[in-house]
Write a protein that binds this ligand. Structure first.
Ligand code: NDP
Length: 450
């Protein structure tokens, strides 16, 4: 891919990112999307260049890599690599999830940590950007092996995090079980019960509605997009990719709002149920049995299962919500969606659409929302979990859900109004990037050369 930019300052930043960070294509992709969004404002804010804000913002404040050795059920020592990228703390403590997946590497975590800076800024809550993880694969491991890994991971990570310093959360492969094992180990080592992780269990400091937050928030955001175009979820056909935390609760809320979700996938294949996905069956397969999505057709014989994930984008729909992983939706898939009449695409995953796919949507009248705006509900509710932990108090589900809805509506408003103000109405990529960035840039300038 070419990482060209018209503005000389932006172009020089891009070149230096490529030179200084060899073989990190996902990081280049995220930085390039961000820098190209700044073209309408960069000359209007000469203080950004004068203070070398971009040179600083593309360089993580701290990158930690460490060995994670643990003992499997056969008594063998296994070795994985652990990471924490503390990208930017200009507006609050570092905050971002922990990804456990064999594909994890430094470049992927840097793309995720970089996007997290602007996403967290958009929420309006005081949170900096970070991301962490490991190439450990929880799939196929026993609970005991997962615990052994999580405890070893935390034995190193604990010294770098804290409730006022860095607060990790879940992400792909890190759900309630993993957060529990990590929290237990942190508490054991430090002898402190603090809100050092979010996504905790409800009886030990977790927030109601955190589990639902990313998927619900995605639908609240999509609802704002639909409303702007004078319509709603009512009667719309929806395709959701993934079958994890984000996908399941996006399906739940889209259905509550009157949409019909007809497809979901995991990394082996997708299901199509023309009558609408029965979510209780999916929850049992994914949340209770930790099995493959293909099991669905055993219980719903009228549904179809197909190997491979890409085919999910050939299903006709009005709204597509990619909620699995980065770059899962490419140009070919975007063309299939447009040919079948899609009108709205909102990202639940981080960077699931390739740049070519996004450009195709925008050129063909599809109203598109980038993940850093539309999936910010998860981290926003993590911010609410931190607030409740600090107060030693908990809000009801309805209170948290109402705050989440309000935050998603204000993110939409910020991205929408910013896009319009720079002459790019309905370009939520540009709007979200500029709105998220300017707040961080102002804080960095105010805090001097650090
Ligand atoms: P989960 O681990 O709960 O679920 C991920 C889902 O995506 C699984 O069904 C998984 O299938 C599927 N998947 C993973 N890789 C691929 C692939 N290469 N092709 C097709 N399907 C794939 O993760 P989450 O739901 O938490 O996260 C999903 C996305 O949302 C990620 O991009 C994450 O960064 C982002 N996100 C998550 C937030 C959260 O609060 N959890 C907040 C904001 C963003 P399988 O089980 O087969 O691996």
């Amino acid at each position: 891919m070419e990482y060209t930019l018209n503005h000389p300052y932006l172009s020089s930043i891009m070149q230096s990112v490529i030179e200084k960070n060899p073989s990190q294509p996902e990081f280049y992709q995220a930085v390039h999307e961000f820098l190209s969004s700044l073209e309408p404002v960069i000359d209007k804010r000469p203080d950004i260049q004068a203070n070398h804000v971009l040179e600083r913002i593309v360089e993580p404040e701290r990158q930690i890599m460490f060995r994670v050795s643990w003992v499997d059920d056969k008594g063998q020592i296994q070795v994985n690599r652990g990471y924490r990228i503390q990208f930017n703390s200009a507006i609050g403590p570092y905050k971002g999830g922990i990804r456990l997946h064999p594909s994890v590497n430094l470049g992927i975590l840097k793309f995720l940590g970089f996007e997290q800076i602007f996403k967290n800024s958009l929420t309006g809550l005081p949170m900096g950007g970070a991301k962490g993880g490991s190439d450990f694969d929880p799939k196929g491991k026993s609970d005991n092996e997962v615990m052994s890994f999580c405890q070893s991971f935390m034995r190193e990570l604990y010294r770098h995090i804290g409730a006022d310093c860095d607060v990790p959360a879940g992400d792909i492969g890190t759900g309630a079980r993993e957060i529990g094992y990590m929290f237990g180990q942190y508490k054991k080592i430090t002898n402190e019960f603090t809100g050092v992780l979010t996504g905790k269990g409800l009886t030990w400091g977790g927030s109601l509605a955190r589990r639902e937050a990313t998927g619900y928030g995605l639908c609240y955001f999509t609802n704002c997009m639909l409303a702007k175009k004078g319509t709603s979820f009512e009667g719309k056909t929806v395709v959701v990719s993934g079958a994890g935390n984000v996908a399941i609760y996006a399906t739940e809320k889209a259905t509550q709002l009157g949409g019909k979700v007809v497809a979901l996938c995991d990394s082996t294949g997708y299901i199509y149920d023309k009558d609408g996905i029965k979510l209780d069956i999916v929850k049992d397969i994914k949340e209770v049995r930790r099995a493959r999505i293909s099991e669905y057709v055993k219980e719903v014989p009228s549904a179809e299962y197909h190997d491979g994930c890409k085919g999910i984008w050939t299903i006709p729909c009005d709204i597509a919500l990619p909620c699995a992983t980065q770059n899962e939706l490419d140009l070919e898939s975007a063309k299939a969606l447009v040919a079948n009449g899609v009108k709205f695409v909102a990202e639940g995953a981080n960077m699931p659409s390739t740049p070519e796919a996004i450009a195709y949507f925008q050129e063909n009248g599809v109203y598109f929302a980038p993940g850093k705006a539309s999936n910010a509900g998860g981290v926003a509710t993590s911010g609410l979990e931190m607030a409740q932990n600090s107060m030693r108090y908990s809000w009801t589900f309805e209170e948290v859900d109402a705050k989440l809805k309000g935050i998603m509506e204000s993110i939409f408003k910020a991205a929408d109004e910013t896009a319009t103000s720079v002459g790019h109405e309905d370009n939520l990529v540009i709007g979200a990037n500029i709105a998220g960035f300017l707040k961080v840039a102002d804080a960095m300038i105010a805090q001097g050369a650090i």
